[in-house]
Design a protein around this ligand. Structure first.
Ligand SMILES: Nc1nc2c(c(=O)[nH]1)N=C([C@H](O)[C@@H](O)CO)CN2
Length: 118
């Protein structure tokens, strides 16, 4: 299975269960692995046949900015749904990291996989 990936994408979102977390946007980082057959794009050397990682990154950032979830799980699920619907991705793995949320940990977060790998 071929994949297109994005690592350590910074996004801003209102996210968290505590009252103080509902008042300001926090920075999260996103890692994505997206199933995509890269052979057609490679054969024609054509971006229109590729999964455009710049377009995916911009969509993830815009979605995060528009959401105000309590849980990382909820935000992750909404991102996965959106990417699968809008970009036609059959399978993805998505990590949402919240740096500094827990004392003593560099980051905490969730990893989800959705869909069927090709
Ligand atoms: N599984 C989760 N646990 C926790 C979350 C979360 O989104 N998923 N969130 C919090 C708080 O918002 C935390 O980031 C700050 O205390 C706690 N646990």
């Amino acid at each position: 299975m071929d994949t297109v990936f994005i690592r350590a994408l910074g996004v801003e979102s209102i996210i968290g269960v505590h009252a103080w977390e509902r008042r300001l946007k926090q920075r999260l980082t996103i890692d994505l692995d997206l199933a995509w057959n890269t052979a057609a794009a490679a054969a024609d050397d054509d971006l229109s046949e590729a999964l455009d990682y710049a377009a995916v990154a911009a969509r993830v950032q815009s979605l995060a900015a528009a959401e105000s979830c309590h849980l990382l799980e909820t935000l992750a699920e909404r991102m996965a749904d959106t990417l699968r619907e809008e970009f036609g991705v059959a399978w993805l793995r998505l990590r949402v990291s919240k740096p500094g949320a827990v004392a003593g940990a560099a980051a905490v977060g969730v990893v989800i996989e959705r869909g069927q790998p090709g």
